[in-house]
Ligand binder design. Structure first.
Ligand code: UDP
Length: 198
């Protein structure tokens, strides 16, 4: 994995296409959870202020650069990052790729309001026939409900878990529960459910 370190964060320097091929391989080969952080400028700045968050981000298996400033900085450092990779674009490109490969994959959507998560799920499954919805849960839950949500994801056994709780909560959620979740890939996707729900 080629990386460029900026603000002490090792960003992937792969193109979108290389990223899709790489994460597809993880989906097929992986035994434990492969955690992807799509790091936008707000996330990067927050790692500078919050060490616990920075540690969680650095534990991720792939950190994609979601900001043009990061691309510019990488060029100045002489270790150019190929292009910006946002969570929303990466997921859509990945779903397209998986559909073209005729690979059946299930996803669980955790986050946003219940009707938003459900509508996002319907958009994804309508657009990408090979993607199946393993389940949905809204993101406005109390701390004491977390155990039940983790159990729901365990039972649903999705291949991919999309977590849209906003940062830093989505990254902390994935890092805290990844060993209990039997998913192959977990991604924090910020406001993506709202975009899919339209
Ligand atoms: N969200 C949530 N629970 C919360 C706060 C936010 O599920 O307690 C959802 C919100 O509905 C939205 C997503 O998290 O769909 C991302 O929120 P935001 O755009 O504020 O986060 P960012 O993109 O900055 O990470």
């Amino acid at each position: 994995l080629q990386t460029t370190t900026i603000f002490d964060i090792p960003f992937s320097s792969m193109t979108m296409e290389e990223t899709i091929i790489y994460i597809t391989k993880q989906l097929h080969d992986r035994q434990d959870v492969f955690h992807i952080v799509t790091a936008n400028p707000e996330i990067v700045m927050y790692t500078k202020r919050n060490l616990r968050f920075k540690t969680a981000v650095k534990k991720a298996d792939l950190i994609t650069p979601d900001g043009v400033g990061l691309i510019k900085a990488s060029k100045l450092l002489g270790k150019p990052i190929a292009e910006r990779v946002t969570g929303f674009d990466m997921m859509n490109n990945w779903f397209t790729h998986l559909s073209e490969q005729e690979t059946n994959v299930s996803v669980f959507l955790l986050g946003a309001r219940q009707h938003v998560a459900e509508k996002a799920g319907r958009t994804i499954t309508a657009k990408y026939p090979n993607i199946k919805l393993a389940g949905c849960h809204h993101g406005y839950f109390k701390k004491e409900d977390t155990v039940q949500i983790v159990e729901q994801i365990q039972k649903a056994k999705p291949d991919i878990l999309l977590v849209a709780l906003g940062f830093p909560r989505q990254e902390f959620f994935i890092q805290t529960y990844k060993d209990q979740l039997q998913v192959k890939v977990a991604v924090g996707v910020g406001g993506s459910f709202d975009v899919w729900a339209g």
